[in-house]
Design a protein around this ligand. Structure first.
Ligand code: NAD
Length: 291
C-alpha cells in the first residue's frame, strides 16, 4: 500500500490537497519554493523538505501541483529533478494544468526511468481542494490509475481515467474552454439585463433554474452581480489555460472559433490589469466594451 507521498507545489490547490492526504493517514513530505507554504503543511501534520530530491527520496508517489508547463518541466527534469531522484516503480502524478504535449514528454522520460506517470489535472477550484470534492481526469496506464484510485478518492469525488498520457490534460482543456465561455456569456446576460432596466438577480435566478442552468450560474451569479471578484481562480491562470486550449486545438488540427473569442476576452482582462482577479471578472471586460 502507498503511504510515502511527496507533494511538490503547495499553493491554493496543492496546500489543501496535501493536507487532506495527511488527514487520510498518508505520510506526506512537501516541497514548495515558498517556505511559508511548506510551513502550512507542517502545521497540518506533514513533513518539510528543502528541495525536490529531499522530498522525493524514498517516495512511493510524487504529486506535482505547479502553475504551468515550465515549472513542471523544471521540477521533473535535470539533475535536481524528480525523475533523477525518484526510485523505479514510483508514481509521478502531475495534477497541474499544463500542455498535453508537455505531459506526454514528461511521461515518456518517466517511463524510461521506470517511473509510472499519470497526468491528472483537476476541476472544482479551491473549495473542491479543501473539501476533497475535486473532479479528477487522469491520463496514463489504466493499471497505474487503478493503483492510485484510493489516493484520488481522498482528493476528489468524480474521478475518471480518460485515456493515455496527455488525455487528462486534453479533457481539462475542454473543461477550461467551456468554463471560460460560460463566464463570458453570463457576463453578457448581466450587462443586457442591467442595461434594459431588469433586475439581474431575479433574471439570473430564472436562468439558473432552466436549461441555461449551470454550476457557474448557481455558485457565481450573486458575486458577479455584486462585482465581487476576489479569486477563486485567477484571470492569469485562465489566460494561461486558454493558451493551452488553443495550442491543443492547433495540434489536433481543429478550429474552435468561440474559444478563440473567449481567449481574446481573457487576454483583454489581463491587459486591463485584472490578472489577479477571479475569472468571473470577464464581466469587467464586457462592461468596458459597452462604454
Ligand atoms: P498557486 O500559484 O497558488 O500554487 C502554485 C505553487 O507552486 C506555489 O505555492 C509556488 O510557490 C509553487 N511553485 C512554483 N514553481 C515552483 C517550483 N519550481 N518548485 C517548487 N514550487 C514551485 O496555483 P494554484 O491555484 O494552486 O494552481 C496550481 C495548478 O492547478 C495550476 O496549473 C492551475 O491552473 C491548476 N488549477 C487551479 C485551480 C484553482 O481554482 N486555483 C483549479 C483547478 C486547477
Amino acid at each position: 500500500t502507498i503511504t510515502r507521498t511527496a507533494f511538490i507545489g503547495l499553493g491554493i490547490m496543492g496546500g489543501p490537497m496535501a493536507a487532506n492526504l495527511v488527514r487520510a493517514d498518508y505520510d506526506v513530505t512537501g516541497y514548495d519554493m515558498s517556505r511559508e507554504a511548506v510551513e502550512r503543511l507542517v502545521a497540518a501534520g506533514g513533513r518539510a523538505a528543502a528541495s525536490v530530491p529531499e522530498a522525493v527520496a524514498g517516495a512511493d508517489v510524487v504529486i506535482t501541483m505547479l502553475p504551468d508547463s515550465p515549472q513542471v518541466e523544471e521540477v521533473a527534469f535535470g539533475g535536481d529533478g524528480l525523475l533523477e531522484h525518484g526510485k523505479p516503480g514510483m508514481f509521478h502524478v502531475d495534477m497541474s494544468t499544463i500542455k498535453p504535449e508537455t505531459s506526454c514528454r514528461v511521461a515518456q522520460a518517466a517511463t524510461i526511468k521506470g517511473i509510472r506517470p499519470l497526468d491528472a489535472p483537476v476541476s472544482g477550484g479551491e473549495r473542491g481542494a479543501v473539501d476533497g470534492t475535486l473532479s479528477i481526469m487522469a491520463g496514463g496506464h489504466a493499471d497505474d490509475f487503478e493503483a492510485l484510485r484510493p489516493l484520488f478518492g481522498v482528493l476528489g469525488t468524480t474521478v475518471r481515467h480518460v485515456g493515455p498520457s496527455g488525455a487528462g490534460q486534453t479533457v481539462k482543456a475542454a473543461n477550461q474552454l467551456v468554463v471560460g465561455g460560460i463566464f463570458g456569456l453570463v457576463a453578457e446576460a448581466i450587462v443586457l439585463l442591467e442595461a434594459s432596466g431588469v433586475d439581474p438577480e431575479s433574471g439570473l435566478d430564472v436562468l439558473a433554474g432552466g436549461l441555461a442552468g449551470s454550476r457557474i450560474l448557481e455558485l457565481r451569479r450573486h458575486s458577479m452581480i455584486k462585482r465581487e471578484f476576489a479569486p477563486g481562480f485567477r484571470i492569469d491562470l485562465h489566460h494561461k489555460d486558454m493558451g493551452i486550449v488553443l495550442a491543443a486545438a492547433r495540434r489536433a488540427g481543429v478550429a474552435l472559433p468561440l474559444t478563440g473569442l473567449v481567449a481574446e476576452l481573457m487576454a483583454a482582462a489581463k491587459a486591463q490589469g485584472h490578472g489577479h482577479l477571479d475569472h468571473s471578472a470577464l464581466l469587467k471586460v464586457i462592461e468596458r466594451i459597452n462604454g
